[in-house]
Design a protein around this ligand. Structure first.
Ligand code: AMP
Ligand code: ZN
Ligand code: ZN
Length: 401
């Protein structure tokens, strides 16, 4: 009897350590986001790890971020395939009028509050499909969206070293088979941080690009020496680019608009989300449109290309600074910023690289929208959706074999 139990335990244990025979699918999809890595940074200095990744796999000429080109809206677009104006994370900070709640990336309760997050992030899709997911600091992944969190997730801790983030990813990918996630998404906050302080053309950013190249080399070395290396599909991307700003061409909206006209505002250059006092929406729009370098709209008139005029988290008036201008409600100084129009400001463009068993080799794709990452991952994970395949086809995303 004892021996039978022992045998059963051994069998159960070995089943947990190995994938079922003949079932190599789904792949292990590992996604790394480097915050604010502009599409053209690799032409600035020697980047052997980026170059090798492109040669062994695929890259896009560039990826087009969604409006507004800020961190939380775009990471959640990458995760859901929806525009910020559709999924509801419409800025890094905003007030959702239907929820009567404020959101901001520094507010721990808000980032973990599922009510703010529309659509379905890829980790929820995966978990619902029976595929375990793990996230290390991906914006949005701390909330139980649709009641589901990734099997493994971490509270944001900006002080955790990049090496520890990689160690965590490797730990997850070496768990016994039955516990091992097939989707792993992790995040690093550079080169965004350095570029805000010193500007995208600074030597500090060039040094940061070199250091991220070393990190990328370390990431690839670790991932592709795992036992499961043959089944890994690795994706490297970013959320937005970065543009140098001239603080001399800066507008203080609190001086341009009488306080009585505004009930509430969330302003983060170059975007101002303004909830007007009753009867003052038109006055605000008219006043701001007289200012060179600012465009303002009633919510219903925001240009269709931004997909930003229906969600309850968007207030009555939206104002946007043009590329060479900045706006603020409270004075601050930055060398560079992002948030600008993704279509007309080429500095907002991002990177996309990928390598693995499902990707072509040495292939450069035409530019595509960052809304394509969700459908691409569903395809890699073998989660069949007609809509996803159709979207990839329409956007000419041809990176897979
Ligand atoms: P921004 O450049 O203003 O769009 O935001 C970038 C900043 O967001 C980074 O420097 C991080 O400090 C912060 N950040 C990134 N991910 C998270 C997260 N999951 N939770 C809180 N803050 C985050
Ligand atoms: Zn960012
Ligand atoms: Zn930033």
């Amino acid at each position: 009897m004892k021996q039978t139990i022992l045998l059963l335990v051994i069998l159960a244990f070995s089943a947990a350590c190995k994938p079922p025979k003949g079932n190599e699918k789904p792949a292990y999809v590992v996604v790394l986001s480097m915050d604010g890595f502009r599409w053209d940074y690799t032409s600035r200095t020697s980047t052997p790890a980026f170059d090798e990744l492109a040669a062994d796999g695929v890259k896009a000429e560039y990826m087009v971020p969604s409006f507004p080109t800020k961190t939380f809206p775009n990471h959640y677009t990458l995760a859901t395939g929806l525009y910020p104006g559709e999924h509801g994370i419409v800025a890094n900070s905003f007030y959702n009028d239907s929820l009567k709640k404020s959101y901001s990336l520094g507010n721990r309760a808000a980032v973990q509050d599922a009510d703010f997050y529309g659509g379905e992030p890829i980790w929820v899709t995966a978990e619902k499909y029976g595929i375990k997911a793990a996230t290390c600091f991906w914006p949005g992944s701390e909330a139980p969206i649709k009641g589901v969190r990734p099997s493994y997730w971490l509270k944001y801790d900006g002080s955790l070293t990049y090496q520890s983030r990689l160690d965590t990813v490797v730990y997850w990918l070496t768990l016994p088979y039955s516990q091992r996630p097939h989707l792993v998404m992790f995040y690093v906050d550079e080169p965004d941080h350095t570029a805000h302080s010193f500007g995208p053309d600074s030597k500090e950013v060039t040094e940061e690009i070199s250091s991220l190249d070393n990190y990328l080399a370390a990431v690839q070395k670790k991932l592709f020496s795992l036992d499961i290396a043959d089944s890994i599909d690795f994706i490297l991307l970013s959320d937005h680019g970065m543009a140098k700003v001239n603080m001399d061409k800066s507008y203080d909206l609190s001086q341009l608009l009488p306080a009585a006209w505004v009930v509430h505002q969330s302003t983060s250059n170059p975007l101002a989300l303004i909830d007007p006092a009753p009867g003052f929406a038109d006055s605000i729009v008219a006043t701001l449109n007289k200012v060179k370098g600012i465009r303002a709209w009633l919510k219903k008139d925001v240009p269709a290309k931004y997909h930003y005029n229906s969600h309850p988290a968007i207030p009555g008036v939206v104002a946007l600074a043009d590329s060479s201008y900045t706006l603020y409600w409270k004075k601050y100084t930055l060398a560079a910023d992002h948030g600008y129009d993704p279509d007309t400001n080429s500095d907002m463009r991002t990177i996309f690289y990928a390598k693995g068993s499902d990707f072509k080799k040495d292939f450069i794709n035409k530019p595509f929208s960052n809304r394509m990452i969700y459908p691409l991952i569903t395809k890699l994970l073998g989660i069949p959706t007609e809509k996803s395949l159709e979207a990839l086809k329409n956007e000419h995303v041809e990176v897979t074999k």
